[in-house]
Design a protein around this ligand. Structure first.
Ligand code: ADP
Length: 541
């Protein structure tokens, strides 16, 4: 109930103009009624009191007309109304005095006071009005010759009316202060925001544009109010948005960031990211859309620069790969010649050469074999970047069966054991995956000083069954933790060629293949305790 009354009161005072008109009309009608129907009591002075009632009635009618006809905001109407209000309250005091506080005039006076105090717009005006009024009332009290109990009744009622009035005005100013404060806060927010804040009608027309538009694009808010966003939007972006109407049932524009270019006052386009939000009834509005736009010129610039650089890197990477491919391919032929002719030299002239010469030929031959291995690995490495990845469902256990046949020689030479059961299937390029497991298994056998090298392959699902992680584990020499990162880089070896032959490209080939296949590779090991190489790939299901 209290809330309802409060709300009714606030909504009444919120519309100053409407409230003023209603009140002036009521005063005018009341005093007209007094002028026509009040009993004609003799006055102390020469003027009949009916005539005196006509004056406040006319004053109130004039004020009513003034409020109705003058453009709102025109300051002088307020000064005129103030003069009228003082005038008719003074007449009322005179009526009080002249009729010896006659009941009818006493209450007429109180009603007049309470209603007219509504029209004073600030605390200072109200204080002045009350000082003037109460001086008049006190004067009447001291000069009144009333015989009856009227003065006591009058002053009690007057006091009560003052209390009621004080309570109502406290409310009024509290609300006004709150409104002013919140209005100030929102204005500060809207004016100082780095973003552009706009309110749109449902057909997208701009109803409010925050003053930040001046800083962002050089316009005054009024330049854009009433216009459609398409007016200053880049034509390509505007056409992308279609008819841009929030009444559209699908409301595809709402609540998600959109990027477009807006034309500044100087004609330059700037990139903005905007979010449109439909304000609901609970916000006190209907069918209004709020938009917040942020300048993203810098972000777009960085993104474009990044894209350019990525493209450049990709190009230079591709160039390098082509270079490595072509040069290693072309090197194979002369290398074969060196190898063939040193062999021929050894065969044909072995009886003519001394042991030193034979040893040198042997060195040259070994060098040629190593170089040929290096070229083969380099070719394999550069091919991975160039070849298309052909993914399919790969049965890992069957792939390992096949692989075992390829490395029979190495396995039997070292009496190695390769262990695995059924494994999870992966979605990968079969040939490339073969290269990976072959490399890892051969390393497990090679870097192994156990009497019986054992390489065990297991698998498990990860990431909610989306990925399968394979583990190739050996009982070999293990890897010091300090070097576990660098072994995946090209040409990084932890041993000399005399200790263990190799080119240092095997694990980098594995890494490249796994990363192209959408996974990653890592190692868990410690020196002397074997090594476990793990790699993940998309699971087949
Ligand atoms: P390569 O075997 O041709 O030298 P890799 O890239 O395959 O090249 O391996 C890089 C280095 O990582 C090897 O030189 C070796 O020192 C180490 N390494 C690789 N696999 C193992 C393993 N299973 N156990 C111990 N060390 C290993």
């Amino acid at each position: 109930m209290r809330n309802k009354l409060e709300r009714a009161y606030y909504s009444f005072i919120a519309d100053d103009r409407r409230a003023s008109r209603i009140l002036f009309l009521l005063i005018a009608l009341a005093f007209t009624w007094f002028a026509i129907f009040a009993k004609n009591t003799p006055l102390l002075g020469p003027v009949p009191h009916r005539l005196l009632n006509v004056l406040p009635a006319i004053t109130a009618f004039l004020s009513f007309l003034l409020v109705t006809l003058t453009p709102w905001g025109y300051k002088n109407w307020q000064s005129l109304v103030t003069v009228f209000l003082y005038e008719f309250n003074i007449i009322n005091i005179y009526l009080l005095y002249a009729t010896q506080l006659l009941d009818m005039y006493a209450y007429q006076f109180i009603i007049g006071v309470v209603i007219s105090s509504y029209f004073f717009q600030n605390r200072k005006q109200i204080r002045h009005f009350f000082m003037a009024l109460n001086t008049g009332v006190l004067f009447t009290l001291f000069t009144s010759h009333a015989q009856s109990s009227a003065p006591a009744d009058f002053y009690v009622t007057y006091l009560v009316s003052q209390v009621v009035f004080a309570v109502l005005y406290r409310y009024r100013f509290i609300t006004e202060d709150k409104l002013v404060e919140s209005e100030r806060r929102y204005r500060l927010l809207a004016e100082n925001s780095f973003d552009l804040i706009c309110i749109h009608a449902v057909d997208a027309r701009l109803e409010f544009v925050s003053p930040s538009i001046k800083r962002l694009m050089g316009y005054e808010p009024d330049d854009l109010t009433g216009k459609y966003p398409a007016w200053f939007m880049h034509p390509d972006d505007a056409s992308q948005l279609g008819n841009f109407d929030f009444r559209d049932e699908r409301r595809s524009f709402l609540d998600k960031p959109m990027q477009f270019r807006l034309k500044s006052k100087t004609g330059q386009y700037h990139w903005f990211e905007t979010v449109f939000t439909l304000l609901s009834d609970s916000d006190g509005t209907t069918g209004v859309v709020l938009s917040q736009s942020r300048n993203i010129d810098n972000r777009r610039l960085y993104a474009e620069q990044l894209e350019d650089r990525t493209r450049e890197l990709e190009r230079s990477n591709a160039d390098l790969e082509t270079f490595a491919f072509v040069s290693s391919h072309d090197m194979q032929e002369p290398l074969r010649m060196i190898s063939n002719y040193t062999q021929l030299l050894k065969k044909r002239y072995s009886d003519k050469l001394d042991s030193d010469a034979k040893e040198y030929i042997e060195y040259a031959n070994r060098g040629a074999i190593q170089l040929s291995q290096l070229i083969r690995d380099l070719l394999a490495y550069s091919r991975i970047g160039r070849a298309d990845v052909v993914r399919s469902r790969v049965n890992m256990a069957r792939l390992l069966d096949e692989m075992k046949k390829n490395i029979e020689l190495e396995v039997s030479e070292k009496q190695a054991l390769i262990e695995y059961n059924e494994l999870h299937e992966a979605y990968a390029d079969k040939n490339m995956l073969m290269l990976v497991v072959q490399n890892l298994v051969l390393n497990g056998i090679k870097y192994n000083s156990s009497v019986r090298p054992v390489v065990k392959i297991t698998s498990e699902l990860a990431e909610h069954n989306r990925q399968v992680v394979y583990c190739v584990e050996d009982n070999g020499i293990g890897i010091d933790e300090a070097h576990q990162q660098k072994i995946f880089e090209p040409f990084q070896r932890l041993h000399t060629k005399a200790e263990y032959p190799g080119t240092g490209l095997g694990l980098s080939i594995c890494k490249k293949i796994i990363e192209r296949g959408g996974g990653r590779i890592w190692v868990k090991s410690s020196l002397g305790n074997g090594a476990g190489f793990y790699f993940s790939l998309p699971a087949a299901n």
